[in-house]
Design a protein around this ligand. Structure first.
Ligand code: ADP
Ligand code: MG
Length: 701
């Protein structure tokens, strides 16, 4: 929506500064050899490298004596190498390198697995600083795969607060840290702070914040640096929202008037009576549709709360008034489920719903495109294919998007542009309810309808917390449910470091379960499986062709399998509470008694309290509020925040950041009012473009 930033004259600098937006190879020839590794992480320019932030830090700044080492903590020590030996691997056992270490207080050992040629860098008598996790092995302490560097040459890896980044195959923490350290050194002078001193207020300057966020002098400095980066990200988001609000005031939508008798007729044709919350949502939507001001409404409610029924009424109202309507879902399987659920409801209302997705044959696609173009197709349900360029809706009056956060801003804009001349009204559905204050801050351009009350007769899902000792019993239970004809989900632990590790752990878990439960048909889906294969597996599971589906959180959104009665979530403490609640919503969708088992060996009080919140409540809003309360200071970058825009730095579970979001909103309103296209603020326009959500957000099908 804003033109890319043309680099302004750099009048204040004598030397031509490094161009932060050119490919690394040419912008920084000195590190050209690292460019391929960085590319694997999606980093192609210096600016992207600067914003590739660690997701946590290890504090190795405090040097311990060996006698003072504490088990199960990450620590550093300054030691002398007494001996190094290599134990060759055999069979499945990897090679091991073991070093005996000592200092004045005592001794310890360090161990590395696999062929890493550590022995070549260690000699008897070397003085080194080792940093790593310590465990107790019999009577002595052992560092497992520690980093080390010669005394006097302490590096970015040891004896300091060390950043830990998300990795990809073929890139080590060590290599990445070294590359980023060099890029920072070369590039920070070229940083152009997008904020004026007055706007920045007490927050640190951007170059300082970036330096500290990567390589803090002290752990205590990190929070302030991240606040600044979070503020920039939130400001980028709020600038977009402010522009959207302003642009919307100039747009008109078709006024889709519906006689109240027509609405009454439609509602009466449903196979059930609307709940109070559903009726209120319908009323608000009908009022929005009747206005020429384009509707921008978020309908939020837990899974199974009956959003689809409300959507059906809205679609029927638009069609009855002579307009076309579209519903889009982020994946093929969700789109199909919507079609399967909505088509019969709409049929009762005398409305035909077409299904459109990338997987249809070209001939079928053409047919539907023609039906849409000729105005014969009244309701189209599908994936992004609905907004592909070939489709022209002559009379698009209403567009509904499911799980709207999965759609990039660009896609929403493309959909809106389908209204040929006029804006369609837009309704977004989300099953991840978020507290109202949060919603207003992040979705400031949307009105909100909320369904809290579940349709009558819903069976509660029994939720239990268990530790790993119960695993054999749990497996027996999965087997007995399968014998009854029921199906189960097993969700593998969330691995923050990388999707590849997560996929590997999912694969290992499938192997384990196949061995333990040889009579069960077990399938697997994770983020590294191709989207079409993933859909095929989920479809097969939904069709009852498997007893058990092992999955990462890719199953979180929407999949509807009424026959599934158990969901087992491993290492449940690693998930966000909203996420656990979402996952639990995969079961209890049919007539069967359903169970959610939260498997966790976490013993700390906070983890137990968090899990108890989920076990003790089925109310998504209550859980979201408690999540917000309990997250507090736990500011983990990269924590997946389902239901919210994909923020990279800011955490909306962080009360400080929520306040920053409010400040950003006020500031953005002022800036956009004075300068709607940010023509006078190129650095801000640049910031906004950098943080625009990716166009292919979500799983395009
Ligand atoms: P959501 O889309 O919010 O996940 P759905 O609209 O799919 O929820 O509704 C879940 C189930 O509840 C469906 O089987 C639907 O037919 C049923 N349902 C929805 N609204 C009502 C209602 N007011 N009374 C009874 N059943 C309802
Ligand atoms: Mg639904």
């Amino acid at each position: 929506m804003v033109a890319r930033y043309d680099r302004p004259m750099q009048s204040s600098r004598v030397l031509d500064p490094i161009d932060l937006d050119r490919p690394i190879r040419s912008a920084l020839p000195a590190i050209a050899r690292g460019a391929a590794a960085l590319a694997r992480l999606g980093i192609t320019t210096p600016r992207e490298a600067l914003w590739y932030l660690p997701f946590r830090y290890d504090d190795f700044s405090d040097l311990r004596t060996l006698a003072d080492l504490r088990p199960d903590e990450k620590q550093s020590a300054r030691v002398t190498v007494q001996a190094v030996r290599v134990e060759p691997g055999f069979g499945r056992r990897p090679q091991r390198v073991i070093a005996q270490l000592s200092d004045a207080s005592g001794s310890a050992e360090a161990i590395w697995f696999g062929r890493r040629y550590v022995e070549r860098r260690l000699r008897q008598g070397d003085e080194i600083v080792v940093s790593g996790k310590v465990s107790q092995r019999g009577w002595r302490s052992q560092f497992t795969s520690p980093e080390f560097s010669p005394v006097g040459h302490e590096s970015v890896h040891t004896a300091r607060v060390v950043p830990v980044y998300h990795l990809a195959a073929g890139v080590t923490q060590k290599r990445l840290r070294e590359l980023l350290a060099r890029i920072l050194e070369a590039c920070l002078p070229a940083i152009d702070d997008p904020l004026t001193d007055a706007e920045r207020g007490p927050l640190p300057a951007l170059d300082d914040a970036l330096r500290t966020a990567h390589f803090p002098e002290e752990a205590a400095d990190v929070a302030e640096a991240l606040d600044r980066l979070a503020f920039d990200e939130l400001l980028a988001l709020q600038l977009t929202l402010a522009q959207a609000r302003m642009a919307r005031d100039e747009l008109t939508a078709p006024a889709i008037g519906a006689e109240s008798s027509v609405v009454g007729e439609i509602v009466a044709a449903l196979p059930f009576t609307l709940t109070g919350d559903q009726a209120a949502a319908v009323e608000a939507i009908v009022a929005d549709l009747a206005s020429e001001r384009p509707m921008r409404r978020l309908l939020q409610g837990d899974v199974g709360s009956g959003k689809t029924a409300v959507a059906a009424v809205a679609l029927a109202v638009a069609v009855r008034a002579g307009w076309q309507a579209a519903l889009m879902a982020p994946t093929e399987i969700l789109a199909r489920q919507h079609h399967t659920g909505l088509a019969p409801l709409l049929e009762r209302l005398g409305v035909r719903a077409e299904f459109l997705s990338g997987s249809l044959t070209p001939a079928r696609k053409r047919e539907i495109h023609q039906a849409i173009g000729g105005g014969m197709a009244e309701v189209v349900i599908g994936t992004h294919a609905v907004i592909s360029e070939a489709v022209e809706f002559p009379r698009l009056g209403l567009a509904i998007v499911d799980e709207q956060h999965r759609f990039g801003v660009g896609q929403r804009a493309a959909l809106q542009a389908k209204g040929s001349g006029r804006e369609p009204h837009l309704l977004a559905l989300t099953a991840t309810p978020i507290p109202r204050t949060l919603a207003l801050t992040v979705y400031g351009d949307l009105s909100i309808s909320t369904i809290r009350e579940l349709p009558p007769g819903r069976q509660p899902i029994r939720t239990e917390i268990r530790d790993r000792r119960a695993l054999p019993k749990i497996q027996d239970f999965l087997a007995s449910e399968a014998a009854e004809g029921r199906q189960s989900f097993v969700v593998v632990p969330l691995v923050a470091e990388s999707e590849a590790l997560e996929a590997a752990s999912a694969e290992a878990e499938v192997e384990r379960l196949r061995a333990a439960l040889p009579n069960l048909r077990i399938g697997l889906v994770h983020g590294q499986v191709r989207a079409d294969e993933r859909d095929a597996t989920m479809t097969a599971f939904a069709a009852g062709e498997m007893d058990l589906l092992v999955a990462t959180t890719v199953i979180e959104v929407g999949i509807d399998v009424p026959n599934a009665s158990v969901i087992l979530i491993e290492d449940a403490e690693r998930f966000g509470l909203a996420q656990l609640h979402q996952l639990r919503g995969r079961v209890g969708r049919g007539a069967h008694r359903s169970f959610c088992i939260l498997l966790s060996d976490a013993t700390d009080e906070l983890a137990q309290e968090r899990l108890a919140v989920v076990a003790g409540s089925q109310d998504g809003f209550h859980i979201a509020e408690q999540d917000l309360r309990l997250r507090g200071a736990g500011n983990l970058l990269g924590t997946r925040q389902s239901g919210l825009p994909p923020l990279r730095v800011a955490s909306l579970f962080e009360p400080r950041h929520l306040k920053l979001a409010e400040r950003a909103r006020t500031m953005a309103d002022g800036i956009v009012e004075a300068d709607p296209a940010l023509a006078r603020r190129p650095a801000l326009a640049r910031l906004q473009a950098d943080f625009a959500p990716a166009e292919d957000e979500g799983d395009a099908a």
